[in-house]
Write a protein that binds this ligand. Sequence first.
Ligand SMILES: [Zn+2]
Ligand SMILES: [Zn+2]
Length: 316
Amino acid sequence: LRAVWLEDGSVSVRNVREPRPASGFALMRLICGGICNTDLELQRGYYGFRGVPGHEFVGEVVESVNTKLRGRRVVGEINIACGTCAWCRRGLRRHCPARAVLGIVRHPGAFAGLLTLPERNLHLVPPEVPTEQAVFTEPVAAACEILDQVRISRGQQVAVLGDGKLGLLIAQVLALRHARVHLYGRHRRKVRIAEKAGVDGRIVKRLPRSAYEITVDATGSPAGLRQAVSMTMPRGTVVMKSTVHGPVDLDSAPVIVNELTLVGSRCGRFEAALPLLKTKRLALREMISDEFPLDKAPLAFSRAAERGTLKVLLRG
Ligand SMILES: [Zn+2]
Ligand SMILES: [Zn+2]
């Protein structure tokens, strides 16, 4: 079975053993995968990763006890929970301390001819959603997570910092959910993509201070959190969407003095993302920078790592 392999900073395509689905798991054929910044970080050796990456995918179910799934296009939630611990019993499966994570922690990823996931993680792709859009379900769900964590009222002004892939998706999702979103970015071309979904894009020299009740940091940079804090009004909320490795330099005084709430935010529910994809109002096609067949994964990874590249897709 052909699979992408990450080891010691390099990307290769090699033959691996065909996965056998455990009980409760489905076997899928990869139709399309999306390379995300996490994959590039795994390549650089974060989390000591070695193996098959990939957690953004659309697959076709080839083996499942559930006849409703067989032969269908699916997307899958990436956290594989134990199902029995206290966190799982409380419905917080994404926080199960024993969890494996597709293509990240102890479970081979989606960038392979075949992959497995628990049937309960799978969601049918609505027929009207093309594969090239459905492959965004996981990052769109991560954007939707903000709506599960923070109350944003209709018409409320929200600042999003960062015009990378996640920043563009967050800005669009919040705008479609009736926030007035100001997206602070660096690239006119990228900001314009989100403007198609009703976002107000801003490229400024100096960021406004104490101007927003809710600010989302999606810069992916260590400076982003500090900037987000300074843009937020007293009693406001800063949503932390940048995973930055290592400590970040943040003066806690403005957080305390202004009584800010900092909210960490990670993966989200696919149930929230799929209806948004169905509306076809997210500008996703514009976010695809390139596509490669699975066999060209080394090229695809280097393309994804180039400055200014948005989403790179892998075809199964
Ligand atoms: Zn990702
Ligand atoms: Zn558990």
